[in-house]
Design a protein around this ligand. Structure first.
Ligand SMILES: [Fe+2]
Length: 355
């Protein structure tokens, strides 16, 4: 099985996993042979990637960290809460904390935790996609930073809700495909304060730390963030952790104004901001756990050979187990050879076929 971009999918390829709609219905079932008509519809639905069956890599399993059921439930709870806030209606918060708790329980039972893109379906609502992805990364990072389970649940809940203040901003500005004007950016910058005001009203049902996460997630360690220009430990530790996953998700996810950046670029941006934009301790743990590669991804080695990533190793996510598939001249390895990159320091990945 391989996960590839929709733009690289050709008619005739076979779908390896069910494709679900936002409401949880199966759009296309695993095993279906893709046609140009299907691909056209998937492009209109803005589907980003597909899992494709590939005989050569039939034994490569792509892990699913969060079940489709939990993803769908999170989307529908989050979406109805956001809609109520947008329409200035009363909203309940207990369903959000219960889905945060379910997400954490599903994620932390995984035997090895590396922070990787989890293949969540892409929708046309960037705030929802962003909030759910952020919550998953924040839960994984908090787990790696040895927070307790109740704390991880609180952090995940705060990550799900950190951008609720954006519901007060005109959707035309949020989804604007072009660069924002200074005035529009000024309006966007009010969302941490609006989020805090909204969530503080719920402090009897929800930890007030969740409200503070919304308020502080754009603050930076060196005081150059907003809205208050807090510095270092003036910023709540939960918010310092969330700020890292917020930026990572924003860089690696698709946005109306640009394509998703690749993972090495995301790595470099976080690395260069350690101690200035981002908390150094949490940032270093994030980078040590952040996967740059995924099972089923094709990679080019420094030797000119081509390989495919078989699986990630827990403590060396940037040196995965790979399978050599072609010599530099393109001749196929027969049979293919499996190599642990961590045990072969003379070999390194120079480029990837990013998903
Ligand atoms: Fe934000």
């Amino acid at each position: 099985m391989r996960q590839i971009r929709l733009t690289e999918v050709h008619p005739g390829m076979i779908l390896a996993r069910n494709l679900y709609s936002r409401k949880g219905h199966i759009l296309l079932a695993a095993g279906v042979r893709l046609t140009e008509v299907y691909l056209h519809k998937l492009r209109r639905l803005k589907v980003k990637t597909l899992f494709i069956h590939d005989e050569r890599y039939a034994d490569i399993a792509i892990p699913e960290y969060l079940s489709i059921e939990t993803q769908q439930r999170a989307f529908s709870i989050l979406s109805s809460t956001m809609e109520k806030i947008h329409n200035k209606e009363a909203f309940a918060i207990d369903s959000i904390s219960s889905i945060a708790s379910d997400i954490v329980e599903e994620l932390i039972i995984q035997p090895s935790i590396s922070i990787q893109l989890t293949g969540i379906a892409t929708h046309d609502d960037y705030t929802l996609d962003h909030s759910l992805n952020c919550a998953i990364y924040a839960a994984l990072l908090a787990h790696s930073c040895s927070f307790s389970i109740p704390q991880i649940k609180e952090i995940t809940c705060g990550a799900l809700l950190h951008d609720v203040g954006k519901m007060k901003v005109d959707k035309k500005i949020i989804n604007k495909p072009d660069r924002l004007t200074e005035k529009e950016f000024g309006i966007i910058k009010q969302h941490p304060q609006s989020g805090f005001n909204l969530l503080l009203k719920k402090r009897w049902e929800l930890s007030s730390l969740v409200a503070h996460m919304a308020w502080q997630h754009h603050e930076k360690i060196d005081g150059t963030g907003y809205p208050r220009g807090l510095q270092g430990e003036e910023i709540l530790n939960y918010a310092r952790l969330l700020a890292i996953t917020d930026v990572y998700e924003a860089i690696t996810g698709c946005r109306p104004y640009r394509k998703a950046m690749n993972l090495e670029e995301a790595y470099d941006i976080i690395h260069s901001g350690l101690g200035t934009a981002f908390d150094e301790h949490f940032g270093k743990i994030f980078l040590s756990k952040m996967a740059l590669y995924f099972p089923g991804m094709e990679v080019l080695l420094n030797t000119g050979e081509k390989a495919i990533v078989v699986h990630l190793l827990e403590n060396t996510p940037r040196q995965p187990m790979i399978r050599l598939i072609a010599y530099p001249d393109g001749t196929a390895y027969s049979p293919p050879i499996e190599i642990n990159l961590a045990e072969n320091p003379h070999l390194s990945i120079v480029s990837t076929c990013h998903i």
